[in-house]
Design a protein around this ligand. Structure first.
Ligand code: NAD
Length: 362
């Protein structure tokens, strides 16, 4: 396969972790006989500094013609001025919107040797292997909003949560398909007992379920879901939620492993690339970690695992994706740790050393 990957290293540790993932992708290309072309572009703070925009036109154009996009992270102290007209995060929101990336996928799996890093007891974590799918371009964060002050000087504000049936159906369909490829269970998160918009959500899930008789569906109220995630996390396979509930659930789920350095994510839309697969954007769930940037000690595994998701979802290369995941698993099983994972007298490897361990298991 010949494929083009636009790489957006961004700020802070972004360039360090994307460089690690590129090494792994190059090794996969060689091992499986593919050719990947990497096109590096600006985003975030470095985009503001070097091209005057957190999402330069050239970056957006390159992303639109790419087969997939790999992103590091954006942001940092330097661009934190609250009065600034452009901010690094603006570039990220804009590229997601411009590419119509309506689905955010965050798989959460806990390596047994890292269970002690979790805030939960080890026995609660046994068998945890879940995928949270969050709607990313609708709902409360994109509905009409307003702030005003009335005649008595009292301030008011509102936001609205709006979904159309078709917006719900496309994300729910994606979630059902994901469940079919996993353990066959879908937990739909809503608030149908209170909100009209969530009653529509549940109706669409129930209608779509008829097309996927092999998937077991449960409807879980969002407040209960936050409890079950702590109490019985292993009972979840695929969870699907609207934008705001998904925002909360994905962050809660990402704390289960105790460290976010290992966790990947994918954002997918309905536009297909030249290869007939969704043109996705793949990034670790962590930020730019300005406190450790430039030291070469960042954990690269979240970005390497994001590269595995890229191969699976945007290129349809399942065996290659699984090979990366197995190599990461073997690296952790062999006891190799970066600073964020090392405890007690465990040696902390730097980014490049950790990457080389993964490469050795490939
Ligand atoms: P962060 O995720 O960058 O860092 C939180 C803590 O985790 C820090 O102590 C950091 O050193 C550590 N950490 C994060 N990733 C790590 C890794 N791979 N290896 C080792 N340690 C790691 O979150 P923050 O400190 O709240 O935010 C820093 C900046 O990142 C802010 O400007 C924020 O806006 C931005 N941010 C960007 C994204 C993104 O690009 N998608 C996401 C979250 C935050």
């Amino acid at each position: 396969m010949n494929a083009k990957i636009v790489v957006l290293p961004g700020d802070g540790i972004g360039p360090e972790v994307t460089a690690a993932a590129i090494q792994v992708l190059e090794a996969i290309a060689e091992k499986f006989g593919h050719s990947f072309e990497f096109d590096e572009q600006l985003i975030g703070g470095i985009g503001i500094d070097e091209a005057g925009s957190s999402l330069p036109d050239a970056t957006l154009a390159a992303a639109k013609s790419a087969d997939a996009i790999l992103l590091g992270a954006v942001g940092g102290y330097k661009w934190d001025d609250p009065d600034a007209t452009d901010r690094p995060e603006k570039g990220l929101l804009k590229i997601r919107k411009e590419l119509g990336l309506f689905a955010n996928l965050r798989p959460v799996k806990i390596h047994p040797d890292l269970a002690s890093a979790s805030p939960l007891k080890a026995e609660k974590l046994e068998g945890v292997d879940l995928l949270v799918i969050r709607e990313l371009t609708g709902g409360l964060y994109f509905g009409e909003s307003k702030r005003w002050t009335d005649a008595d000087g009292e301030e008011h504000a509102y936001n609205t949560m709006v979904y159309s049936a078709s917006e719900i159906r496309r994300i729910v369909d994606l979630a059902f398909k994901a469940a079919q490829g996993r353990r066959g269970k879908l937990s739909s998160i809503d608030k149908a007992n209170v909100l009209d918009v969530m009653r529509l959500w549940r109706k669409v899930v129930m209608e779509s379920a008829e097309d996927y008789p092999d998937v077991e569906v449960e409807h879980v109220l969002v407040d209960a879901a936050t409890m079950h995630l702590l109490n019985r996390p292993a009972s979840f396979d695929v969870m699907v939620a609207g934008n705001m509930f998904g925002d909360i659930i994905t962050d809660e789920a990402s704390m289960l492993p105790g460290s976010m350095g290992n966790l990947p994510s994918a954002s997918l839309g309905s536009d297909n690339n030249r290869l007939g697969h969704p043109r996705g954007l793949y990034e670790p769930i962590h930020g730019s970690a300005p406190d450790i940037a430039g030291q070469g000690i960042a954990n690269p595994l979240g970005t390497i695992m994001s590269a595995a998701m890229l191969l699976r979802h945007s290129f349809g290369l399942e065996a290659e994706a699984a090979a990366i995941e197995a190599a990461v698993d073997a690296t952790l099983s062999a006891g190799h740790r970066t600073g964020d994972l090392a405890h007690g007298d465990e040696t902390a490897l730097n980014t490049q050393q950790m990457t080389e361990k993964v490469l050795s298991f490939l």
